[in-house]
Write a protein that binds this ligand. Structure first.
Ligand SMILES: Cc1cc2nc3c(=O)[nH]c(=O)nc-3n(C[C@H](O)[C@H](O)[C@H](O)COP(=O)(O)O)c2cc1C
Length: 375
């Protein structure tokens, strides 16, 4: 595909990797990870639903798809119906998915997660975003940094001891090895939205007094250990990313100054080359914004904090207008946009956006089967 000079959104993007090869995406649209709760047997294995869901997005022209939050161990899943990356059968099902995504010209990233105290959920029920799944529904007693409920509406957890934390670090590394075997091009570590790694970082909920609690350095330890363990087994030719809640939107919680300084450290010293900026997840607060491009300012602040190195910064949140996405990129607020709900409404969002932005017909990233759709 030739580069179309008229659109930055539809120009290629290379996400750096430690060995210098990098991963080049056909454009700067990234599918945001979105749990589908579509596993059949609570076995974490991808189903036909995942194939059609990600298949449509890949055929719709995304530069890269981030496959939804995938548990690094059974109690790391957000719900009993989530994908996992801890059995051979799961790995094989991901391989099938990745191969179809690649065949459509898109790159494939996977979001690896431990849901901590927000695990064992039942978010597939319309309107019910909190609360625990019953034992009959496959639920479990969750683990967390403390024994307190991580957020209103969630059950108290079992506090992880030091050995439990080390075990989870090892699970992330094993899941990354499986992700490599499945053919994924990039890993995104989930450190946002109130799940275990965000919980460990946030002073709002991490009240531990050992080396994983207290100072910012101590609260960053778990994330740094996970990043190091994954980077050690993840091929040098492949990018490692992280999704961060840049702020808790609560006084005394995380703020952009703390999170951008941690990201700078991860980029400078731990081999992270892609930072995906989101926010919130630990507190219900009216300060949490919404609306078009609602995280754009945080993305721009993160990019400024990471200036001078070659890390890719993407931002998620309310991006649905092609013109707005184009402006965010042209004004260098971010390097790429992550798109969630707009992609559920229209899996062919990139092809549609390319048409709207006047990209030359031959450069519109539509599947050949759909060329006559008049983008
Ligand atoms: C159905 C659904 C599932 C989601 N699952 C995940 C997930 O697995 N991991 C994650 O980091 N965010 C998840 N999110 C959040 C989205 O990735 C995204 O950050 C959020 O929807 C805001 O972006 P948007 O305005 O483009 O939708 C989910 C959102 C929705 C609507």
């Amino acid at each position: 595909m030739t580069t179309d000079n008229h659109s930055t959104l539809f120009s290629p993007l290379t996400i750096a990797s430690p060995d210098g090869t990098g991963l080049t995406l056909r454009n700067r649209t990234i599918l945001s990870p979105m749990c589908q709760y579509a596993v059949d047997q609570q076995d974490g294995v991808a189903t036909d639903w995942h194939l059609q869901h990600y298949g449509a997005m890949a055929a719709g022209g995304f530069g890269m798809l981030t496959v939804e939050s995938t548990g690094v161990c059974p109690v790391g899943r957000i719900s009993p119906r989530d994908l996992g990356m801890y059995t051979d059968e799961q790995t094989a099902s991901h391989r099938h998915l990745v191969s179809f995504i690649h065949a459509q010209g898109a790159a494939a990233a996977i979001q690896l997660n431990h849901a901590g105290g927000r695990g064992s959920g039942r978010p597939w029920l319309p309107g019910l975003h909190t609360g625990s799944a019953s034992k009959e529904d496959g639920g479990w007693h969750t683990v967390g940094m403390t024994s307190e409920s991580v957020m209103e509406g969630y059950e108290p957890t079992m506090a992880l001891d030091n050995a439990g934390i080390k075990q989870i670090v090892a699970s992330f590394a094993q899941a990354a090895q499986r992700a490599d075997a499945a053919g994924y091009d990039a890993v995104q570590i989930h450190a946002a939205h109130g799940y275990l790694l965000h919980e460990s970082l946030s002073p709002l909920v991490n009240t531990r007094t050992d080396e994983y609690g207290g100072s910012t350095e101590n609260r960053s330890r778990f994330i740094c250990e996970v990043v190091d363990a994954v980077r050690a087994v993840w091929p040098d030719s492949k990018p490692l990313g992280i999704r961060i809640s840049a702020t808790d939107w609560v006084e005394d919680g995380l703020n952009i100054a703390t999170t951008s300084s941690l990201m700078r450290n991860l980029v400078d010293n731990h081999g992270v080359t892609w930072v995906d900026v989101s926010s919130g997840g630990l507190a219900n607060t009216p300060l949490q914004p919404s609306g078009p491009g609602f995280h754009a300012i945080l993305g721009a602040q993160m990019k400024e904090a990471l200036a001078g190195n070659n890390a890719t910064v993407s931002v998620v949140g309310g991006v649905s207008s092609p013109e707005q996405a184009e402006t965010m990129l042209r004004t260098h607020q971010v390097d790429a946009v992550s798109i969630g709900r707009a992609a559920m409404r229209n899996p062919h969002w990139p092809a549609m956006a390319a048409g709207k932005l006047g990209v030359a017909k031959e450069n519109i990233p539509a599947a050949p089967q759909y060329w006559r759709a008049q983008w």
